[in-house]
Design a protein around this ligand. Structure first.
Ligand SMILES: *Cc1c(COP(=O)(O)O)cnc(C)c1O
Length: 460
């Protein structure tokens, strides 16, 4: 590299005003929503790091492809273009478009999962877990030891524990395992990558025990980028070739194209097995649509086809990884404990370590998330006891979640270096307020997925 500066590898053609609010306004907005950040209007948020799902910017080539969209009900040109790109990338025989990732999961769970089944993974994402549980099976996370230790860096903290996987596959329970699902990158574990070595070993175990291997490949390009940076054998391999090889190790995949599809909506299910694919298509017609559009407009399919060509660009992936590790370096510099190393799509703050005086049932992660918003209009999300803990009857404290994290997820190609500098400054101010932060109590909550709509109150 000739230059130290990593520049955004794009220039801006169309802009959207960034809302600038005052501290007094932000306090008013948050009180109005009973301290729930999901209630805010987008014009009340300056830097929105709530999620990287469907929030990215499309390229001018994607917008151009939208105009080319063919809205024929069956056999459209848009479908053919989408099919060709996905087929070149993944190599899978049957490609089934859906409106988003969880629709693919729902179909997979309906055709390939039976009551009492056990589904091993490095870690299941929450919608994946919910769909398998809804099918009355038991999803199990067999994350490697390094992945369980949040604060200590390791190159491939998304790997599955191969010993535990083999123990399961050779046990009496093996007949209950319909497939092994590998999530790349591992969203639940902090966006950590899985090595090609680990994927190949899973393939060998699946061959040995005659099991199907599937990928939850939402962030396949980010995973391939980390492999190119961290796995010696792949140092000189093109990112796209690494991604292609990963797909070809498995027998099929589910993908939310709202992530590495560079799309605002979209998903797919791909399977080599013709019989399963036929069942999937039959269900697709029932819930999503005809197999050549699956819940998407022709123009969406075209935008996704173009996005899937752009996503493996080395310059883009380098800018993305560097933006997040840049923010991570700032957090470390200010003494904020984070999941290390930085993941592919987000910075994860460890609020349990940061605010040891606030117990899990008083939501230290929520306290951090609210303060980031009050300080600078930055919206992240609590992924701790508020999101995953279990409320108890009779005023007992919640059953806590395993971790108390706050996720700051970066939308793709949306924010620039100065935006990240600004977030860095907000993080610095957060450390100055650390000793004054208070916990929260829930005053009203629904039974399921409470963090989206719960009403809260700061403890004094
Ligand atoms: C986002 C995501 C999903 C679900 O996709 P949706 O498009 O939100 O339905 C599944 N798995 C992983 C790893 C994800 O990140």
């Amino acid at each position: 590299m000739e230059f130290k500066t990593i520049i955004e590898p794009f220039k801006i053609k169309s802009v959207e005003a960034l809302p600038i609010t005052s501290k007094e306004q932000r306090l008013e907005f948050l009180k109005r929503e009973d301290w729930n950040l999901f209630g805010l209007k987008s014009q009340e948020v300056t830097i929105d790091l709530l999620t990287d799902s469907g929030t990215g910017s499309m390229s001018s080539e994607q917008w151009a492809s939208i105009m080319r969209g063919d809205e024929s009900y069956a056999g459209s040109l848009s479908w053919q273009r989408f099919h060709d790109v996905v087929s070149e990338l993944t190599g899978y025989k049957n490609i089934i478009p859906t409106h988003q990732g969880r629709a693919s999961e729902k179909i997979l769970a309906s055709i390939a999962v039976n009551q009492g089944d056990i589904i091993p993974s490095n870690s299941h994402f929450d919608t994946t877990r919910a769909n398998f549980e809804f099918a009355q099976s038991e999803p199990v996370d067999l994350l490697c030891k390094e992945g369980l230790d949040l604060l200590t860096p390791a190159p491939f903290k998304g790997n599955i524990d191969l010993e535990k996987l083999e123990d399961l596959l050779k046990s009496d329970n093996a007949k209950k395992v319909p497939f092994v699902l590998m999530t790349i990158t591992n969203n639940t574990g902090g966006g950590q990558p899985v090595s090609m070595k680990n994927l190949k070993a899973v393939r060998e175990l699946c061959n040995k025990y005659n099991k199907m291997m599937l990928l939850d490949a939402c962030r396949f390009a980010e995973n391939a980028w980390f492999v190119s940076q961290r796995e010696e054998e792949y140092k000189n391999v093109e990112i796209r070739e690494i991604a292609k090889e990963a797909f070809r190790l498995a027998d099929g995949c589910t993908i939310s194209l709202k992530k590495d599809g560079f799309g605002n909506i979209g998903g797919l299910l791909a399977l080599n097995d013709d019989n399963l694919a036929e069942e999937a298509r039959n269900l697709l017609i029932l819930t999503e649509g005809f197999p050549t559009y699956g819940g998407l407009a022709g123009r969406d399919l075209d935008a996704l086809a173009q996005g899937l060509k752009e996503i493996t660009d080395k310059n883009y992936l380098e800018y993305r990884a560097k933006s997040i590790s840049y923010l991570a370096d700032k957090a470390i510099q200010y003494g904020i404990p984070i999941v290390q190393p930085a993941g592919g799509h987000a910075l994860y703050i460890d609020a349990k370590t940061f605010l040891p005086n606030i117990p899990p049932h008083e939501y230290p992660g929520h306290s951090v998330a609210c303060e980031l918003y009050l300080l600078g209009g930055v919206r992240g999300v609590e992924l701790g006891t508020l999101a995953f803990g279990v409320a108890q009857e009779n005023g007992e404290p919640d059953k806590p979640a395993t971790h108390e994290l706050v996720r700051l997820a970066a939308p793709r190609r949306t924010y620039t270096q100065s935006h990240f500098d600004y977030v860095g400054e907000v993080l610095e101010k957060l450390t100055e307020k650390k000793d004054t932060l208070k916990g929260f109590k829930v005053i009203k909550q629904p039974k399921l997925l409470r963090h989206f709509t719960a009403k809260l109150e700061p403890l004094s």
